[in-house]
Design a protein around this ligand. Structure first.
Ligand code: ZN
Ligand code: ZN
Ligand code: ZN
Length: 161
């Protein structure tokens, strides 16, 4: 088990890890990302999402930022494991901020929960991907583990969507 939860940079919330905003530069330093003003702006916007977000969600939130800059920034953050991508079957790739020390390797991965009512996807950070026994000569490179159902908020019948 990793002890990233004790790192102090990320605070464990109900859904995702969210760093204090003043720690963004520190996270960039750890991830070897040069802290340009635009990257800091994009990262801080990402931390504000309660659920996994799409590039379109980010474009809506940061409508003054050039779209190709946003897409390049997302790609850089993804390559540096600041964020991970999720294919939840909704048709658009979603992203979520990685926990501290996550290198997006198989051991770092967690399941995602896709709510069929509000169509939001949430990281199940506290769970691990179950190990699947593979036949000989099958080599695992990634896992996409998506659970589908109704989230806590929609179960209460007060969906904001
Ligand atoms: Zn990751
Ligand atoms: Zn829901
Ligand atoms: Zn996740």
């Amino acid at each position: 088990m990793q002890d990233y939860r004790k790192g102090g940079i990320f605070m464990e919330g109900a859904t995702n890890f969210r760093p204090c905003s003043q720690k963004t530069e520190e996270v960039f330093r750890q991830r070897d990302i040069s802290p340009t003003a635009i990257r800091l702006l994009v990262a801080r916007a990402m931390y504000e999402f309660e659920h996994a977000f799409t590039l379109a969600n980010l474009e809506d939130k940061l409508d003054t930022v050039d779209k190709s800059t946003l897409s390049r920034t997302i790609n850089l953050f993804h390559a540096k494991h600041l964020i991970h991508s999720i294919d939840d079957g909704s048709g658009s790739i979603k992203y979520s901020v990685c926990s501290d020390n996550c290198m997006c390797e198989i051991a770092d991965l967690h399941p995602h929960f896709f709510c069929t009512k509000c169509r939001q996807t949430t990281c199940m950070d506290n769970s691990h991907i179950p190990q699947v026994e593979l036949p000989e000569n099958y080599h695992l490179s990634s896992v996409n583990f998506v659970l589908k159902g109704v989230c806590a908020q929609c179960s209460k019948g007060n969906s904001s969507e």
